[in-house]
Design a protein around this ligand. Structure first.
Ligand SMILES: Nc1nc2c(ncn2[C@@H]2O[C@H](COP(=O)(O)OP(=O)(O)OP(=O)(O)O)[C@@H](O)[C@H]2O)c(=O)[nH]1
Ligand SMILES: [Mg+2]
Length: 359
C-alpha cells in the first residue's frame, strides 16, 4: 500500500528541563494528526534567534535532516513569530508549523457540530492574522521601506495583504458574533434546566485521560473513545440515571493540554461556560500517565481561570487496571480510583455523585 502519511521532523529550542516530555507530547499530537515522525532536533539555547528561532548552525543541520528523511513538514514545539515562519519556510523550502498550528489542525478534523466548527475557525483565523500582518512586514522590509513603508512604495502584493488583513478581521468579528449567539442559546437552555430542577455535571480532564470512556460507562452515550489527543471536541450531553426524581445530565467536553494556546480559551469560551455553570465537576485523571501530576496541575489551572470556586469537584484516577503513577501524588487519598474501560468502581462514583448532588 502506498504510504500517504506526511513525514515530519520535530524541533525544540530552549532550556526548559521538561523538554523531553514536551517533545513526547508533540509527537503524540503529530501522530494523532496522522504525521509520521521521522526525527527530532533539540537545541539548548536560552534566547531564540530573532530571524529563525533556531540558531544558524542548527538550522543547517535541520535542513540536512529534513532532506535526508524526506520530510514534508517541520514542526516546532515553540511558538514562532510570523517573520520566523516566513524565513524558515524560505530557507528550508518545506512547510513549517508550530504546536498551535498542529493543535488547530487536530481540532479542525474533529469538529463536527456547527459550534465546534465556528470555534476552530475562529482559533485558526486568530492564529493566521499575525502571520498575514507579518508577511506585510516582510514585504515592506524587502521593498526597503522599513516596517512602516510609505504609501508610494507599496506594491500590489502589499495592497493585497492589506485587503486580506481587513477581510480576516471582519471574518473574526463575524465568527465571534455567531459564537455569541450560540452562547446566548446555551444560556437559555441552562435557565430552563435550572427551572426544571435538572442538575448538571461536566467531565473535565487532560486530553486522552478517559472522559469519553467514563461518559459511556456512566450513561449509554456511545461517544467516541480513541487513543488520540482531542478525540472529543464537541460537547455531548446525556442523562445520567441515579434514581427516581433525580434529574441529572452529564456533559463530556474538549480536553485540556499544557501550555494551552491563548486562542483556545478565547474560541472555546462558550463551551467552557458550561463548566462554569455546572453543579458538579468530575475531573478525570489518567493514573497511568507519567505526567499525571503535571496534567492534574494544568487542569486545575484552567479551572481556576474559569472562576469555579464554588462548584464541588470529584477527582477520579482512571485506568487503575494499568500501572499507577498517580499513587505518588500528594492528594491521592482524596481521589476515587476507577477504571472506566473495565467498569471498576463506577457504582462507587455514582454513589458519591448522588451524595453531593442530593445529600
Ligand atoms: N486501560 C484503560 N484504558 C482506558 C481506560 N479509560 C479510557 N481508556 C483508554 O484511553 C484512551 C482515551 O480515552 P477517551 O475516553 O477517548 O479519552 P478522553 O479523555 O475522552 O480524550 P479526548 O476526548 O481525546 O480529550 C482510549 O484508548 C480508551 O480506551 C481505562 O480505565 N483503562
Ligand atoms: Mg473524549
Amino acid at each position: 500500500m502506498k504510504d500517504i502519511k506526511k513525514r515530519a521532523v520535530l524541533v525544540y529550542v530552549g532550556t526548559e528541563p521538561e523538554h523531553i516530555e514536551f517533545l513526547e507530547e508533540l509527537s503524540q499530537l503529530a501522530t494523532g494528526a496522522d504525521y509520521e515522525v521521522m526525527s527530532y532536533l533539540i537545541q539548548q539555547r536560552a534566547l531564540p534567534d530573532f530571524k529563525y528561532y533556531i540558531g544558524k548552525g542548527k538550522l543547517k543541520e535541520l535542513k540536512e535532516v529534513a532532506v535526508a528523511t524526506e520530510c514534508d513538514v517541520v514542526i516546532f514545539d515553540n511558538t514562532l513569530t510570523s517573520m520566523q515562519f516566513y524565513n524558515l519556510e524560505k530557507y528550508l523550502n518545506i512547510e513549517v508549523m508550530d504546536r498551535v498550528n498542529l493543535i488547530i489542525e487536530i481540532f479542525s478534523r474533529h469538529a463536527t457540530s456547527n459550534e465546534g466548527k465556528l470555534q476552530v475557525e475562529l482559533m485558526y483565523k486568530q492564529k493566521m492574522l499575525p502571520r498575514i500582518l507579518g508577511q506585510g512586514l516582510v514585504l515592506s522590509r524587502q521593498a526597503g521601506g522599513g516596517a512602516g513603508g510609505t504609501g508610494a512604495r507599496r506594491g500590489g502584493g502589499e495592497q493585497k495583504l492589506e485587503l486580506d488583513k481587513r477581510t480576516i478581521r471582519r471574518e473574526i468579528k463575524n465568527l465571534e458574533e455567531q459564537i455569541d449567539q450560540l452562547s446566548r442559546q446555551r444560556k437559555l437552555r441552562r435557565k430552563r434546566r435550572t427551572q426544571n430542577n435538572v442538575k448538571t455535571i461536566t467531565l473535565v480532564g487532560y486530553t486522552n485521560s478517559g472522559k469519553s470512556t467514563l461518559m459511556n460507562a456512566l450513561t449509554d452515550a456511545n461517544v467516541l473513545e480513541e487513543d488520540k489527543p482531542f478525540a472529543t471536541l464537541d460537547p455531548t450531553t446525556r442523562k445520567l440515571f441515579l434514581g427516581l426524581n433525580k434529574n441529572v445530565i452529564l456533559t463530556d467536553t474538549v480536553g485540556f493540554i499544557s501550555r494551552l494556546p491563548h486562542e483556545f480559551v478565547k474560541a472555546f469560551r462558550s463551551t467552557l461556560e458550561e463548566v462554569r455553570y455546572s453543579d458538579l465537576i468530575i475531573h478525570v485523571l489518567d493514573g497511568n500517565s507519567y505526567n499525571v501530576s503535571t496534567q492534574y496541575k494544568v487542569v486545575l489551572d484552567v479551572l481556576k481561570s474559569l472562576e469555579i470556586e464554588n462548584i464541588p469537584i470529584i477527582t477520579v484516577v482512571n485506568k487503575i487496571d494499568l500501572g499507577q503513577n498517580a499513587l505518588f501524588m500528594d492528594d491521592y487519598n482524596k481521589f476515587i480510583p476507577i477504571s472506566a474501560k473495565h467498569n471498576k468502581n463506577i457504582d462507587l462514583l455514582k454513589a458519591k455523585i448522588s451524595e453531593i448532588l442530593f445529600g
